[in-house]
Each structure stands twice: as C-alpha cells, then as structure tokens.
Design a protein around this ligand. Structure first.
Ligand code: 5RP
Length: 271
C-alpha cells in the first residue's frame, strides 16, 4: 500500500492495537434529525476526544465539527435517498472527490446494496471511489447496507457483501455483527468493523456485541446510536474503547461505565 494511503489508514485503525473506535454520526443523510442528534454539534463535541475517527456527512462536518480537531474524518460520500422515499438502496456519490480532499479527510465511505436492484449502481459507485482514492492515496470504507431489511444481517449474506467490497478495492469494510461472524471476517482480506445498529435495550448489550465482534476478528466498531442515544454517551464510548483497545470483558467495561456515569451525575448535580 502506498505511504499516503497507509498513513491515513493508520490514523483510523490504531497501529498499537490494530483496532478502531469510530463514531458514526452520518445518519441524518437519509434519516433526518434523529433523536439525540437533532443538534449535531452538541452531540459530537463531547464525544470527539474519545473516538479514533468520526464519520459525518460533509454538511455536518462543515457546520458542526470544530476544524481544530485532530480526529481523522471518514467522510460519508453516498446518498440521494431518504427513509420517506421509494428505495433506500438507490444511492449515488454525493461529494466530488476534490471536495473530500479539500476537507482533509482520512477516508471516504459509501454504502453498497448487494442483492438489490441497485447492486450494480452501488458497486460501480464503490469502484469509482476506489479509483479516485488510488489516485490521491485516500482509503475507501464500504458499508454493507441492508436498508429497512434488517433480517438480512446473517453471515452468509454479509460474508458475500464484505468479500465483494474488498475485491473491488475497499480498504476496510463496515458491516453488522451476526452469528458466525468469524466466517465474515475469514472471507474478507481487509479489516472489518461493525456498525452498532438500532439502539439495544441496555448499554451492557452493546458492550457484549462489541466484545463478541472483537473476539471473532473485528478490527473495531463504527458505532452511532448505541453511543449517542445512551443517556450517558461519554461514559458509553469510553467503556466501548476499553473493550476494543484493552480487551475488557463486557462486565469490566460495564463497571467502568457505571463509575463514569456516577461521576457524570455528580458533576451535573454541582451545576
Ligand atoms: C448508515 C450508517 C451508519 O453510520 C451506521 O449504521 C452506524 O451507526 P449505528 O451504530 O447507529 O448503526 O452507515 O448506513
């Protein structure tokens, strides 16, 4: 891999552990102002020091992220769909590569929709980005999206999607955690990170999922709702970091979460 590409990837996937905690805040590109991210700046600001990379859209990046940040940006560059529209899979590339460079991104991200009517379109989107990325040394993150069909999240399907993404040149892939996740990782020659998916019942459940994914070969998480929809987002991301970077068990991470939560409550009581 060329130096620039490798250097950018090393800023995202920490060389010390080979893992990453990415914070996904791109949801608004098709879901609008979701609960707890209505004001992106307020949601992002306290979490930014605790993530290895941030995944926003360019609109949120320009309006709601402090340009003084050192945190690498993995820019969402696909869209053109909405939850109210006819088909979530019908995505195009939304950002000129030159604008991504102007924004000093560490990587660009887009969704692919394998097995849908838009498979060809979204896989060619990926290929176009990889071609541009190779020219400028910018890695591409492929997101194996399932749209509204959450039941598609099984190992056979996700293994297919991840492998295709890697074959087309994605430098890393984001997918969902599933049973037999190690098979998804085994079939994919580039690092795989997991999305959190819809908010789980408890914080401990999200820590268990992160732990299971890491122990089955994931290179980290790119989590959104399970962090910023928690009542205690900073304790939550710090606990997830313990799982990802320090191999904490879910119970150890949850104990840290409880401690940090109680400290946060005391701080709020002082105000
Ligand atoms: C949408 C995305 C989101 O960034 C992704 O789903 C991660 O967020 P969450 O953990 O909330 O699922 O890529 O296609």
């Amino acid at each position: 891999m060329d130096w620039g590409m490798q250097n950018r990837l090393n800023r995202i996937i920490r060389p010390e552990t080979g893992r990453t905690v990415m914070l996904a805040v791109d949801h608004g590109y098709f879901l609008g102002a979701m609960s707890r991210i209505e004001n992106p700046a307020t949601t992002i600001e306290p979490l930014l020091p605790h993530c290895d990379a941030l995944m926003p859209t360019r609109g949120v990046l320009r309006t709601s992220v402090d340009p003084a940040t050192d945190t690498p940006i993995v820019l969402r560059v696909s869209g053109g769909n909405s939850i109210a529209g006819p088909n979530l899979a019908d995505e195009g590339i939304t950002v000129d590569f030159e604008d991504a460079i102007r924004l000093n991104v560490a990587a660009v991200a887009l969704s692919i929709y394998v097995g849908t009517n838009y498979e060809n379109q979204t896989l060619l989107n990926l290929s176009e980005l990889v071609n541009n990325g190779q020219t400028y040394g910018i890695p591409v993150l492929a997101v194996t999206a399932v749209g509204k069909e959450l039941e598609k999240r099984d190992a056979r399907y996700l293994k297919l999607c991840c492998r295709i993404a890697a074959e087309l040149g994605a430098a890393f892939v984001k997918t969902y955690y599933c049973d037999d996740f190690e098979q998804v990782v085994a079939g994919c020659p580039v690092p795989v990170v997991i999305a959190g998916g819809p908010k789980l019942k408890t914080e401990l459940d999200a820590m268990k999922m992160a732990h299971d994914a890491i122990s089955r070969g994931a290179a980290g998480v790119d989590m959104g709702r399970n962090i910023w929809q928690s009542d205690f987002p900073v304790p939550m991301i710090r606990a997830v970091r313990e799982v990802v970077h320090n191999n904490a068990t879910p119970e150890e991470a949850h104990e840290l979460f409880r401690q940090l939560k109680s400290e946060a409550r005391k701080e709020t009581a002082k105000i």
